[in-house]
Design a protein around this ligand. Structure first.
Ligand code: CA
Length: 228
């Protein structure tokens, strides 16, 4: 689950990123409105929520909201701001923001508001995803093979979980290394070329622990395919 954070105060941005990552989100951080706009053009449909500061260099948060809505981009937006007058809130919501958080705020509140927006949008992830005999549990961060009577749920790391979720959302499809990398890692991350292969190895080990023999095929020169 990928979020876009647009915030020009580096310390605040880092604190928000760290907290969101601890809760299993992938975060792309843009430090000004122009970078945010570039990210939205590249990976717009990968984001589940945008967290956008009002006062930003290059393009303001308000301008970003208006532009996105003009282009019919439906991404749910939480505006961050130090402004708290009724007129400002109305301006922000009229520009296309879905929610409003006044600085300073607690991370628990931001997390709760993200969850609330996820619930309202049709792409909200169900608490469990089942494909074939494989069951992914969003609450417990586990995977289980329900055809294996002796199987216990296997706990996944955040990256293993995101990778398996991505595969299970695209069963029998070949996903390229680039698609996987773009989905799983921050755009700003230094991504070494074999990072996807390494993550696939770890996930295969977990699937073997579930006695899920079909697993993930390597399609030479193209990518990887998950078999349901
Ligand atoms: Ca700011």
């Amino acid at each position: 689950m990928r979020l876009l954070l647009v915030e020009d105060e580096p310390d605040l941005a880092k604190a928000i990123c760290t907290s969101l990552q601890e809760h299993g989100y992938v975060v792309d951080w843009a430090e000004n409105g122009q970078i945010a706009w570039d990210y939205l053009e590249i990976v717009s449909n990968h984001y589940i929520v945008g967290i956008i500061d009002w006062m930003l260099p290059k393009r303001s948060g308000l301008e970003l909201c208006k532009l996105m809505r003009q282009k019919l981009n439906p991404l749910p937006i939480i505006m961050l701001t130090a402004r708290n007058s009724m007129a400002d809130r109305v301006t922000g919501l009229d520009a296309g923001a879905d929610d409003y958080l006044v600085k300073p705020f607690g991370m628990e509140e931001l997390l709760a508001r993200i969850r609330a927006l996820q619930r309202r949008t049709p792409t909200f992830q169900p608490p469990r995803l089942q494909v074939g005999s494989l069951l992914l549990d969003y609450g417990a961060f586990t995977v289980q093979n329900i055809h294996d009577l002796n199987a216990v749920p296997i706990v996944l790391t955040a990256k293993e979980f995101q990778l398996l979720e991505y595969f299970m959302q695209h069963p029998h499809q070949v996903l390229s290394q680039d698609q996987i990398r773009l989905h799983l890692w921050d755009l700003a991350d230094e991504c070494i070329s074999n990072v996807v292969a390494a993550q696939i190895r770890l996930l295969r080990r977990k699937l073997a622990e579930c006695n899920y023999s079909k697993g993930i095929d390597t399609i030479r020169g193209l990518g990887y395919r998950f078999n349901a």
